[in-house]
Design a protein around this ligand. Structure first.
Ligand code: NAD
Length: 443
């Protein structure tokens, strides 16, 4: 099939590449000319495991093309995906300007029946707004070209995006048109071979499904962080509690890890957007507000532990950070807990030596050159001259460190484990003080 994708970010580029990989002819279009030029050269602007070789191979075979020419791209596609950003507006609502710009561009160009598929995360009612924007442009040029708008929210996870796209748990399709459904079923058939993964529903339910999924996951994290904070107060170890509750199949082991708070481009903005939408419809989303409030406090938790240990002023202290990305296997720093911590540490006068396997360039882009930030290219180099180590992101490479080496390098011999990746007893046996999240009596 001939497919067009608007937006070459995490969602658009991964989707376009995976659709090309199974034999479709895909054109990816972006307004960012620099991004398109890099992709044309075979450079992938984001870090996503397994993506670069797939992009290169499919670009070389001619199945995957990149352009800034929106009109030519629309001309190409039988199916046109919208996968542009929907960042939060100041009031927390989803900013739909990019989505509606694409819709208007489609309306100005469309010359034959096309299925327009919205993959961006958007509030309920956006498909109607997209349909109206396309129709308005068509009427302005007295065109009667037919089109359908489908909601097909994306559930890929950064860090596993390629695998999620090639082997999705489910493919949610919200559509009113039987023809559009048939076309999408055919498009997704290669990813839907072993058992039925397509979940068909109406458009508004599909739009809400995406927010419900992210809000549920954010709720699990905040719930577990709240239990961790209670565990700390009452002298229990949340890691034992986690295993105890996870063994109940109604609860399960997934996504109940306490930590330094959730971040990234999706959970924070999507919880806020759902809250906003609820209020706009005269419903007070008490649970969602609590999820957000717990998370905001949790992002400040590591700093509170550091200050409890070292005292209020950290002037003259050097703190080593392992992990800057909002989660492992990505270079994405959007709303990362590390950013809250960095800013708190700097405000208290500390110098930070940090190591992240992928996010150093993004950190440099965000914060520029500053005296109190030293980005190291090796994990133990971050410890040189440091008073303490803080684990902020649970990259695999951090899980089993050489504790003797940590003992030799750290001046104050203390570890703040923001992801509970170490066994407190092992750390303490190596002569290091240990602080985790919610590890009450075991510390
Ligand atoms: P992103 O910011 O990485 O990429 C968006 C891209 O769209 C950018 O390259 C931007 O230049 C481009 N763009 C903006 N306006 C455009 C236009 N008019 N024409 C063509 N391109 C344009 O965003 P992302 O992380 O890929 O997210 C895209 C959408 O998918 C969002 O709604 C997001 O909430 C949702 N989503 C994201 C993830 C994720 O893990 N990142 C997962 C599921 C859903």
């Amino acid at each position: 099939m001939r497919v067009t994708i608007f937006g070459t970010g995490y969602v658009g580029l991964v989707t376009g590449t995976c659709l090309a990989e199974v034999g479709n002819d895909v054109v990816c279009v972006d307004v960012d000319a620099n991004k398109i030029a890099r992709l044309e050269r075979g450079e992938v602007p984001i870090y996503e495991p397994g993506l670069e070789p797939l992009v290169r191979a499919n670009h070389a075979s001619g199945h995957l093309k990149f352009t800034t020419d929106a009109a030519a791209a629309i001309e190409h596609g039988q199916i046109v995906f919208i996968a542009v950003g929907t960042p939060p507006d100041e009031d927390g609502s989803a900013d739909l300007s990019h989505v509606l710009t694409v819709a208007r561009t489609i309306g100005r160009t469309l010359s034959r029946y096309t299925v327009v598929v919205n993959k961006s995360t958007v509030p309920v009612g956006t498909a109607d707004a997209v349909r109206a924007a396309i129709s308005a442009e068509l009427s302005a040029r007295s065109s009667e070209v037919g089109f359908d708008v489908v909601s097909n929210p994306e559930f890929l996870k950064e860090g596993d995006a390629v695998q999620d796209c090639l082997r999705p748990d489910r493919i949610v399709v919200g559509a009113e048109s039987a023809h559009a459904v048939d076309l999408l079923k055919a498009l997704y058939a290669p990813f839907n071979r072993n058992h039925e993964r397509i979940v068909l529903m109406d458009v508004r339910s599909a739009e809400l499904t995406k927010y419900a999924a992210n809000a549920m996951l954010a709720t699990k994290i905040s719930f577990m962080n709240e239990i961790a904070n209670i565990a700390e107060q009452v002298g229990a170890d949340v890691e034992q509690v986690r295993r105890g509750i996870g063994s109940d199949p109604r609860i399960g082991y997934h996504f109940i890890y306490p930590g330094a708070g959730y971040g990234g481009s999706c959970f924070p903005k999507d919880v806020k957007a759902l809250e906003y939408a609820a209020r706009a419809h005269a419903y007070e989303p008490r649970l969602l507000s609590a999820v957000e409030a717990v998370n905001a406090a949790q992002k400040r938790r590591l700093f509170a532990l550091i200050q409890r240990h070292f005292g209020e002023s950290l002037a003259g202290r050097t703190i080593a950070l392992w992990g800057l990305a909002f989660k492992p296997n990505t270079d994405d720093m959007r709303e990362a807990p590390s950013r809250t911590l960095l800013e708190q540490l700097w405000a208290a006068g500390a110098t930070v030596r940090a190591y992240d396997p992928e996010a150093a360039a993004e950190t440099r882009r965000l914060y520029g050159a500053r005296k109190d930030l030293i980005l190291c290219d090796q994990q133990y180099a971050a410890l040189e001259g440091a008073d303490a180590l803080v684990v902020v992101t649970e990259w695999k490479a951090f899980r089993s460190p050489d504790f003797e080496r940590l003992h030799a390098l750290l001046k104050e011999r203390v570890i703040f484990d923001g992801r509970n990746i170490f066994e407190p007893k092992v750390v303490e046996a190596a002569g290091l003080a240990y602080y985790g999240i919610g590890r009450g009596r075991s510390v």
